[in-house]
Design a protein around this ligand. Structure first.
Ligand code: ADP
Ligand code: MG
Length: 342
C-alpha cells in the first residue's frame, strides 16, 4: 500500500495556522486587516480573557455574499488578487487567502455578513472536515467574525500562551499599530466588556496628533517634530521625537511602508544612523513614520505575516530615510545633543 497520502484539508490548515496564528494577537491582526481591506470605517473589537475565550471584530465594510461565505473560509481563496501581475502591485493588506481558513481550523469561528443588498447570512465552522453551515442572521451592512476557544483542539499550542494580561497587551499593541496606520478609521477596543480604547476617526492634523498622543503618550507628542519630505517618488512623513525623549527600550517605534507596519533592517539602520550623534549609546529613538512609494518598487510577499518587505532599490530608500531624518534632527543639534530623559 502506498505510504504517501494527501493531508486532509483540516490538517493542512492547521499546519498553515502554525505560521499565521501564533497567539490571539495574530488573529486580531488578520481580522482587522480584513476589515480594513473591506473598506470599513468603524471597527468594534471585543476581547474576553485575553482573547483565548473570545475575540470578535465587527466592521461596517463591504460585507461578503452568501455564496462566498464558505469560500472565505477556504484555503487559498481570496477576492484580492486574481493574477500573478496583481501581486506586483498589491494594495490590500491581505492576499494569501489563508487567514480565515487557518484561524477556523484552530478555533470555533462564526462569520456573519451583510453586503447591504439582501439579508445577512452566517457561516459557522468547527467541523471535522472544514464544512461550513449556513444560516440566515441579523446584521447591518458589514461583517462580524467571532473566534472562540482559540487552540481548543491543539493543546500543544495552547500551552505556549502566556497570561491573560500578556496576551491582551499584545492584542492592544496590534490595535494601536493599526490605528496609527489608518487615521480615517475608528477603532473601539473592549476587554472583558470594558471599553479600553476609543480612537475616533481623525481627519484634521490636530485630531491625528491627538490619536498619536493617545497611543504614544502625551510626552511623545510634546517632544516630537512633524516631518513631511518628498523626493523622487519617495515620501516620508510623520513624527520623530527629539533626542530629549529617547527611550531605554525600542518600544515607541512605528514604521509603515505604504500603510503596512513593517520591521526592516535597512530601515532600522538608516534611522539609527540619523540619530547616531544625538543619542547616548544604548538609548532608543521614538518615532511614528510613514514611507510612501510606488507599490511596484516594494515586495510585500516575503513572509506569511507580511512584517517584512523587500525594496527594489534599497540603497536609494536608505539614503532618503537617513537624509530626511538627519535633516529633521539638524535643527536640534547641537544644543540637544546627548540629552537624556525618559
Ligand atoms: P485574504 O485576506 O488573504 O484574502 P482571508 O482568509 O483573510 O484571506 O480572507 C478571505 C476572503 O474573505 C477575503 O479575500 C475577503 O474576500 C473575505 N473577507 C474576509 N474578511 C472580510 C471582511 N471583514 N469583510 C469583507 N470580506 C471579508
Ligand atoms: Mg486576510
Amino acid at each position: 500500500m502506498s505510504k504517501i497520502r494527501l493531508l486532509s484539508p483540516r490538517l493542512a490548515n492547521q499546519i498553515a495556522a502554525g505560521e499565521v496564528v501564533e497567539r490571539p494577537a495574530s488573529v486580531i491582526k488578520e481580522l482587522l486587516e480584513n476589515s480594513l481591506d473591506a473598506g470599513a470605517q468603524q471597527l468594534q473589537i471585543d476581547i474576553e480573557q485575553g482573547g483565548v475565550k473570545l475575540m470578535r471584530v465587527r466592521d461596517d465594510g463591504n460585507g461578503i455574499e452568501k455564496d462566498d461565505l464558505p469560500l472565505a473560509l477556504s484555503r487559498h481563496a481570496t477576492s484580492k488578487i486574481y493574477h500573478l501581475d496583481d501581486l506586483e502591485a498589491v494594495a490590500s493588506l491581505g492576499f494569501r487567502g489563508e487567514a480565515l481558513a487557518s484561524i477556523s481550523s484552530v478555533s470555533r469561528l462564526t462569520l456573519t455578513s451583510n453586503t447591504g443588498e439582501s439579508a445577512a447570512w452566517q457561516a459557522k465552522c468547527e467541523g471535522r472536515d472544514m464544512e461550513t453551515e449556513l444560516a440566515p442572521a441579523a446584521h447591518p451592512q458589514g461583517t462580524s467574525v467571532e473566534v472562540r476557544d482559540l487552540f481548543f483542539n491543539t493543546p500543544a499550542r495552547r500551552k505556549f500562551l502566556r497570561t491573560e494580561k500578556t496576551e491582551y497587551n499584545r492584542i492592544e499593541d496590534i490595535v494601536k499599530g493599526l490605528a496609527l496606520s489608518r487615521f480615517d478609521v475608528g477603532f473601539h477596543l473592549r476587554h472583558n466588556s470594558r471599553l479600553i480604547h476609543s480612537f475616533r476617526k481623525a481627519e484634521q492634523t490636530l485630531e491625528k496628533e491627538r490619536r498619536v498622543a493617545q497611543i504614544c503618550g502625551a510626552g511623545f507628542m510634546d517632544n516630537a517634530v512633524a516631518i513631511d519630505i518628498e523626493r523622487t517618488g519617495l515620501r516620508l512623513w510623520g513624527w520623530v521625537a527629539l533626542p530629549s525623549f529617547s527611550r531605554s527600550q525600542a518600544d515607541l517605534q512605528y514604521f509603515y511602508v505604504n500603510g503596512r507596519a513593517i520591521r526592516d533592517r535597512l530601515v532600522s539602520h538608516a534611522v539609527r544612523q540619523a540619530y547616531q550623534d544625538v543619542l547616548y549609546h544604548g538609548r532608543h529613538p521614538a518615532f511614528v513614520l510613514y514611507l510612501e512609494l510606488d507599490p511596484a518598487n516594494v515586495d510585500v510577499n516575503v513572509h506569511p505575516t507580511k512584517h517584512e518587505v523587500r525594496f527594489r532599490d534599497g540603497r536609494v530608500v536608505h539614503d532618503f530615510l537617513y537624509r530626511s531624518l538627519h535633516h529633521a534632527l539638524a535643527d536640534v543639534r547641537p544644543e540637544h545633543q546627548l540629552a537624556k530623559s525618559e
